[in-house]
Design a protein around this ligand. Structure first.
Ligand code: NAI
Length: 286
């Protein structure tokens, strides 16, 4: 029987979320996505107008279908948490039921259950500021959008993830090594995400037989990465210094995600899996 996946954090065809959706679709999964509310209109209209058709092509020549796109803002757990200025913001007012709890309820209503949950989102309003110059609010916002958002998603989806299911997030090596430029508390947020992966693997594994892993991905020229401002340098650095001297493609991360979500990975949980051309293993650039 085909599996069903919910992928949070798809708003164009450039990021890891899109590539993961494609690899899962190629493996036969039904795809549902959660798209950040302010990005929803442009994503849906671009999709309808065929802007993504070229990048929707799967290995067998067919086009990836997305069964349903849910508006989502993963920094809000339930309607009570939404402040007035967001509620009345016209980019939000046009959509409804986009808090994490409501999205999980909608997916339950529409489909009953899922097998695969993917968190491919992050946000740090002060990412371009060094940690030493990061404000308390900026730091907490980074953790809220990039780390707690995962706990919240898993918490609300866990009741509808079938036993044997798999949950996955995306992290970055700035959590454990110094990557100047990845600021605003984003390095801290990824460290929290990796630690939470272990604890959540224990809790969701014992209670629900669900596996929890995270992929530590190498640099990709996504929309989010371009906003940080140093992505071309990181890609060049990796090409120059990693054991495998090639540019990382989003598809390589997508394929690793499909593996981790599959029964082939049935004993892998609580793990940080590097998909980075091996750069993490280097001690010094040569
Ligand atoms: P992306 O721009 O394709 O994905 C980030 C998504 O998060 C966007 O679709 C954005 O709309 C969404 N988002 C932001 N705030 C949100 C919120 N509050 N609620 C719901 N959605 C929200 O960029 P990318 O790079 O593919 O990011 C995906 C994941 O991969 C992130 O966790 C990122 O940290 C991670 N990653 C990226 C690397 C890179 O070089 N691009 C390297 C290692 C990890």
């Amino acid at each position: 029987k085909g599996k069903r996946a919910f992928i949070a954090g798809v708003a164009d065809d450039n990021g890891y979320g899109w590539a993961i959706a494609k690899s899962l679709a190629a493996a036969g999964a039904e795809i549902l996505v959660g798209t950040w509310v302010p990005a929803l209109n442009i994503f849906e209209s671009s999709f309808r107008r065929g802007k993504f058709d070229e990048s929707r092509v799967l290995p067998d020549g067919s086009l990836m279908e997305i069964t349903k796109v849910y508006p989502l803002d993963a920094v809000f757990d339930s309607p009570d948490d939404v402040p007035e200025d967001i509620k009345t913001n016209k980019r939000y007012a046009g959509s409804s039921n986009w808090t994490v709890k409501e999205v999980a309820e909608s997916v339950k209503q529409d489909f009953g259950s899922i097998d695969i949950l993917v968190h491919s989102l992050a946000n740090g309003p002060e990412v371009t500021r060094p940690l030493l110059e990061t404000s308390r609010n900026g730091y907490l916002a980074a953790l809220s959008a990039s780390s707690y958002s995962y706990i919240s998603l898993l918490k609300h989806f866990v009741p509808i993830i079938n036993p044997g299911g798999s949950s996955l997030s995306l992290t970055y090596i700035a959590s454990e090594r110094i990557i100047p430029g990845y600021g605003g508390g984003m390095s801290s947020a990824k460290a929290a995400l990796e630690s939470d992966t272990r604890v959540l693997a224990f809790e969701a594994g014992r209670k629900h037989k669900i596996r929890v892993n995270t992929i530590s991905a190498g640099p990709l020229r996504s929309r989010a990465a371009k906003a940080i401002g140093f992505i071309d340098m990181m890609i060049d650095y990796s090409s120059a210094n990693a054991p495998l001297q090639k540019e990382l493609s989003a598809e390589e991360v997508g394929n690793a995600a499909a593996f981790l979500a599959s029964p082939l990975a049935s004993a892998i949980t609580g793990a940080v899996i590097y998909v980075d051309n091996g750069l993490n293993a280097m001690g010094v650039g040569v």
